[in-house]
Write a protein that binds this ligand. Sequence first.
Ligand SMILES: [Zn+2]
Length: 438
Amino acid sequence: MKRKNQIRRVLFLFILFSVCLNAQNEPIALSGVNLWHNGSFTPNRTVLIEKGIIKEIYETGAKKLIDSVKEIDLKGHYIIPGLIDTHVHMGMGNRALPRSPDTARLEFKRWIYSGVTSVRDMGGDARLLAYENRLIFRNENPGPEVYFSSTFGGNDMMDKDIRMKIITQGVEMENAGWTQRATPEMDVKLSVTLAKGSLVSGIKFYAGIDADLIKEITEEAHKQGLKSWGHLTVFPNRPIEVIEAGVDVVSHVWGAFWQDEDVDPTKRIPFTHTNFNNARTAIYPADLSNLNADSPELKMLLDEMVKRNVIWDINYSVYNTKMHDLYRAYAMAASNAGVMLSTGTDYYNDITDPYPTVFKEIEDLVIDGILTTAQVLEAATLNGAKAIGIENTHGTIEKGKIANLVVLRKNPIEDIKSIRAIEFTMKNGNIFYRKDYK
Ligand SMILES: [Zn+2]
């Protein structure tokens, strides 16, 4: 009898679960809307969404909707793809999951209600990130899709960096696929396989790895379907050597400083960083006045990035008060050279601010004249998807793609600050109305 009850309870839960899944899958038509695609808005479109996928796009009125479709009239509104922040740290740091899951969940929530549908986490505890990502996927917590990385570093980093210890608590570091020691003696295939097994989307090269080894690991990562992500400051290499090693994405505007012939990256060995402040002082050249954004070395670096389609997750708006002019000169040089930029932030504003930091990144790139509004929308969507490696399913609003998008009340092409005029975010077909954000 007891067993029968148990079976009945399981059956009930199963049905409830199926109903929940179906509820979010009712077909939706967004009609009469201005649709962003390939650099401009097309007016009066209907976007038909079923089971979280974009089924069809056509001129509103060209086809009759069947009764089961829920129609949302969006006349006078603008749809852009979901925004992507390509540089976050939810898996590491004081405000992130290992220390403060509640604070991290507030950030997840702020992101999704602000139109951010995917983020790329740049090093952290994969166990926690995978767990949160599952809660988000099941709609138990609001948030974006979270893609994350495995941090690869040399001996110095793995032995001394306190952050590596925090994110591997409870396991031997060697067995934690999300933090791997990169040395000439390593078993490259095994390390990359362990990384993949920890559900990451890419390898992040952090510090103290020779370019030859970056190349070998990158080739294995690509073979196993993972991305290769790095900084321009993986010492002892010059930035160009990191690019030539075949990485897909590099982070931080300041990394390019080290391409200048007046600074010697090998002086940063060993790259000891036992805490975050220590790491930060290690990454800026001692004398910034030597740097020259017009140098032939920088031009060579940027041209190589263009040739290889490397994305620069430039983190332009981070800590930019003192460094603003220099950052701007480097970012302008990149834009003029045609380097593909993505909008990563690498910092957090106060959680009481209604919008996350990616808004400042997007707006500053336009306000400072580095990208046009059309270019920045591509940087914040399609380029972000390419950085993560999900451009076949994300990053644009097209038939067959995942329904991740943002509905705006104003035209962002006329004023980039209109990205704040959010009506709702849609992620996998689920709607998050901005007015419900508390
Ligand atoms: Zn970072």
